[in-house]
Design a protein around this ligand. Structure first.
Ligand SMILES: [Zn+2]
Length: 248
């Protein structure tokens, strides 16, 4: 292993640390976003509940008007009852009066039932709004935690980025391009150490994906300073110090 692979390894150490910071921030952001969605769902449920109450209130208003109209009709019939001339007329008006009274009391019963429903729905809505308030507090806590994490990480991230830029200067452009693409794909882990899978035989595997790496590749790594990629996962292979110590 030579200068390029050494520089790439340094780059990888930095990338992994950067990825850890980014993952911690991303995880906090995910929690806040999930909570935001939850809150949105609760808010639209709240709107539905309010609409249901309004609709029920309109039903109640209509029934109240019906009752008022019924009362007026009954009052008129009472007046008419006092000025009838015949028994037949009297009994016809009385029958109508009783029918109207009975109809009106049925409407009143329905109104009372609906007003009871509205009352219960309003109580439920109040409890629901308390729940929403609690979820809103939870969201604010998560957002604050996210902002704090970002603020905490800003310094270390800037320092690591400067270190990464410095380390990248020692890497040829093409190798750097491959490295950066892999680092993005694998959370900073663009490289994988070659591991010996048999104590006596010359058998090796990629430490990233555990698939075998042939001896020719390992020999090339020992003698050349070119980045070689695992043919399965594509990570840049390197020989770590324990490997060198064992092989010597
Ligand atoms: Zn691999």
């Amino acid at each position: 292993m030579g200068a390029t692979l050494d520089a790439l390894q340094r780059l990888q150490e930095i990338e992994v640390q950067l990825a850890e910071f980014r993952q911690r921030i991303a995880s906090k952001k995910r929690s806040a976003t999930a909570q935001e969605k939850r809150l949105q769902a609760l808010l639209s449920e709240q709107e539905e509940k309010k609409t249901a109450i309004r609709t029920r209130q309109m039903d109640a208003d209509r029934l109240e008007l019906d009752i008022k109209a019924g009362d007026e009709r009954i009052a008129k019939l009472r007046v008419a009852l006092n000025s009838v001339k015949t028994n037949k007329e009297y009994s016809a008006i009385l029958t109508q009066l009783n029918t109207d009274k009975s109809d009106n009391s049925k409407i009143e019963e329905r109104l009372i039932a609906i007003l009871g429903e509205i009352d219960a729905a309003k109580k439920e809505l109040t409890a629901f709004e308390e729940k929403i308030a609690a979820e809103r507090v939870k969201l604010q806590d998560l957002q604050r935690a996210c902002a704090e994490e970002e603020a905490r990480a800003a310094g270390p991230i800037a320092k690591l980025q400067a270190e990464r830029d410095a380390a990248a200067k020692n890497v040829p452009a093409t190798a750097l391009e491959v490295f950066e693409r892999l680092a993005e794909k694998n959370n900073g882990e663009a490289m994988a150490a070659v591991v010996r899978t048999h104590p006596k035989r010359e058998e090796f595997a990629c430490g990233g994906c555990n698939m075998s790496v042939n001896v020719e590749r390992v020999n090339a790594l020992m003698t050349r300073d070119d980045p070689l990629c695992c043919s399965i996962c594509g990570r840049i292979l390197y020989l770590d110090e324990s490997f060198n110590a064992r092989t010597r």
